[in-house]
Design a protein around this ligand. Sequence first.
Ligand SMILES: Cc1cc2nc3c(=O)[nH]c(=O)nc-3n(C[C@H](O)[C@H](O)[C@H](O)COP(=O)(O)OP(=O)(O)OC[C@H]3O[C@@H](n4cnc5c(N)ncnc54)[C@H](O)[C@@H]3O)c2cc1C
Length: 410
Amino acid sequence: MKKHTYDLIIIGAGAAGLMAAAEASHLGLDVLVLEGQREPGLKILISGGGRCNVTNARLGEKDYSAGCPHILRHVLKTFTPAQAVDFFERWGAPLALQETGEFFSADDKARTVRDALVRAALESGAHMTYNWRVNALALQDAAFNVIGQEHIECARAVLVTTGGLSYPATGSDGAGYVLAGMFGHKIVPTRPALTPFLAPDSIFSNLAGIVVPVRLSLWAEGRKLRSLEGPLLFTHNGFSGPAPMEMSGHWSVVKAKPGCGISADFMPQMKGDGIEFLLAPTSLKRSVKNIVSQFLPERLAIALIESAGLDPRLFLGEMSQKEKKALAGMLRGCVLPIQEAMGYDKAEVTAGGVDLNELKGATLESRLQENLYFAGEVVDVDGRIGGFNLHWAWASAMAAARAIAKKVKA
Ligand SMILES: Cc1cc2nc3c(=O)[nH]c(=O)nc-3n(C[C@H](O)[C@H](O)[C@H](O)COP(=O)(O)OP(=O)(O)OC[C@H]3O[C@@H](n4cnc5c(N)ncnc54)[C@H](O)[C@@H]3O)c2cc1C
């Protein structure tokens, strides 16, 4: 008996795969989704600390690093943050806007977002199969054979949404790069991005749980390469939170260069790079600990003052110029004792991936194999923290699904 040929097989039911399944089915395609895990969207469930930062009202090209900016631009126009908000509202997952521009699940539950996507895909008519890991793709009579451990399925078009290499426990283990390689695709070298830093046994080790706003600067060969501001979270073995995680990808590119390091300004809201603001005449008869603790959590203030070689009980008025300089250095440009950035198992995203230059414009169809498409984290696009990576998954899935529907139905 001749096997059924689907219009489209989507490999991977993560953020991109589920969104593409919903849209392609809604546009009338006969869609099968093959997911290697026991359930769909495992990574969505852990996103945003379990609250899922779905998108960002202030999103733009500047929030991404991509091998081909013009594809990025076109894809982002396909599906805007406002359209994402409408989509999730329509499928039962209203989003709440934060002051930062980030949209989270209104009930603070990532599961609501995941379930809305699954509902959208199923109610639009997509077929979903779990525990079905794709091992290979082969062409036969202008259709694809999608090959698993025990079964083969057929489709006129294939969309690869297998994710990258980060958090492999959620199912993304780099399989998409292997499938792309079968058709000659180049993979831009991958690296973990948005990871915490390891810094065991430092002066900061007993500050776990404290969060402060910082400005981080990346240095190498005596030059400041990059600065960014955001919250820093002290952990029991290093630094996490948006600012360190965002810096980690840049750090890993230059870490082998002489003098590579990251400094933290713990008072980013203050002008200049010194401590003049601490030295008001009224402060001179107060202890340095007392004054610095006005601006920073006391335990952090003490750790920084002691690291500057000072006694926290010292009066500000008693400090020498040298001591003031040492304190300013510690508060405004403390070199973080970084040992390493954590790997893929703690990286929120994978940088690198399927080379965008080998995909056709905003359709994301392969230039090397007709009817083969890629979307989501598997391609060479990674975003900042703030809902940008999920938005890339939604927008690229929409772009590919619409292009496939147009072509298959033509
Ligand atoms: C802890 C954490 C928190 C995050 N928080 C946020 C956030 O709040 N906001 C944000 O924007 N981004 C966040 N991200 C990033 C974001 O979740 C990802 O960029 C996004 O989920 C990628 O979607 P994707 O569909 O491309 O890949 P994935 O979500 O990784 O999905 C890939 C799917 O493909 C399946 N698969 C893989 N290989 C095969 C195969 N051979 N056969 C069949 N199935 C296969 C996998 O099992 C998986 O279900 C977070 C990431 C992590 C790890």
